[in-house]
Structures are given as structure tokens and as C-alpha cells.
Design a protein around this ligand. Sequence first.
Ligand code: 5GP
Length: 213
Amino acid sequence: MKKNRGNLFIVSAPSGAGKTTLCQKLSSIFPGLRHSVSYTTRSARPGEINNRDYTFVKEDIFRKMIKKDEFIEWAKVHGNLYGTSGKRLERMLNRGINVILDIDTQGAEQIRKKYIDGVYIFILPPSMRILKERLKRRMCNSRKEIEKRLKRAVDEIRDYKKYNYVIINDNFEDAIEELKSVILSERLHTKNIDPLWVKKNFFRPVGLTKKKK
Ligand code: 5GP
């Protein structure tokens, strides 16, 4: 009954809001929902695997890909370049895979112009104070970096109105439940029902069989 093309979910949040963990949990709950693997020029963190977490490339390769128009969106985030391959994304959507794009607000702005049907979700931390605490815990004593991210968070949060849904990640389990509801409602959206399936199932005469005597 579903249309063949997958749905696109775009998730943005300021650094420290818990977006990556939420997105990973979501794709483990919904097997038909997959992360699009972005290209990045930043180096891999411990535990990250090439082509699973990101495709890690040198800046000159990334720049060549920009020139060749291979990115459907790209942006500089915290000093590194990140981009989504148009080919990779389209291949997944055409195969009927529902895709999560975990990208920043600049990238989402570019995607919004091309995918009006996408579901745009913004994740907020409960407050700036809590965001600061989370960043401190994550980044230990890199004071300058924490300040930079907090400043950027303010700019990103200004964009919340451009998203369809806002999830406040205060309690992880609650935030997951809320994200699940967004994904489930999208599945039931009228635009995702195949009109041919409706026609085949409901608009064909059903012959009445004669009752046996
Ligand atoms: P991290 O390096 O911590 O994994 O990600 C840093 C930021 O880059 C996050 O906000 C993440 O959403 C964003 N990001 C990851 N991949 C992409 C991408 O392909 N495009 C854009 N625009 N942002 C991305």
C-alpha cells in the first residue's frame, strides 16, 4: 500500500543536544530507516569506521567533489567540511528506504529547497545551562571550543521555526518516543499511500457469489 519511494527525515540540533545518539537509536528501532553516510574532512574519532559513520576524505578530494556538483548540500561546521552525496541519497530513496539526514542547519536550508516533502525535525536541549553542562562533560576543559559551540548554538536555535517538529531532549526515552511518533505519523500520511493500491483494492467490483441451496 506504500509508495515505492522512501521518506526523507532531516534532523538538526546544536552540538550537545544528543542528536547523534537519538538518530542511532531510531535507526535501530526502525529497520527500514537508515542514516545517510556523509562525507567529511574531519578525522575519524576513536571507534568511528570509514563508510559507516562517515566517509572520511582529504579536503582536496572534498573540494573536487564540490566542483563536480556531487553534493546535494554541503557546509563548513566547526571548521570541517561535511556534505551529503546526491547520488547516495537518491539511490536510497528510490529503493524505498526511509532516510535520516543528520545535518546542520546550513545543510538543512539547502535540502529544504530541493525536498519540500521532507520531514524537518529540530532537537533542542532543555536549556542553555544544560547544553553548557553537556558540552563541558563531553569536551572536558576545552573552554574556547565550548564557547564557540554555545555561540553557534544560539544561531542554530534561531532556525527552529523552519522545521516541522521540535523535540526537547530532556529525557532520552521521552525524546525517542516523540521521535517515533513523528516517524509513525509520516508513514500514515495520505501522500505516502499508493493510489494504485487503493484503486486495485477498493474500486474494483466485487462479485457476489450465489448462496448454495
Ligand atoms: P560531528 O563531527 O560531531 O559528527 O558532526 C558535527 C556537525 O556536522 C553535526 O551538527 C552534524 O549534524 C553535522 N553534519 C554531519 N554530516 C553532515 C552533512 O553531510 N552535511 C551537513 N551540512 N552537516 C553535517
